[in-house]
Design a protein. Structure first.
Length: 61
């Protein structure tokens, strides 16, 4: 005997809610990634690009 499972009427609502939640998570993750990328770029830019004059630039190893 085969058993068939049926979804109750309106059973698509949890699927739509899951899709909306995953989209929201994706949007937040993208924003966080962009913010992190900007912070990393700022941290690793040469000092002269951050506003220091080239004559006062220190060379560190």
């Amino acid at each position: 005997m085969d058993t068939v499972q049926h979804r109750p009427p309106g059973g698509d609502a949890p699927d739509e809610e899951l899709i909306d939640t995953l989209i929201a998570i994706s949007v937040v993750a993208k924003r966080l990634a962009e913010k992190l990328r900007k912070q990393l770029e700022k941290a690793f830019r040469p000092r002269c690009e951050r506003g220091q004059k080239a004559g006062k630039r220190r060379i560190t190893l």
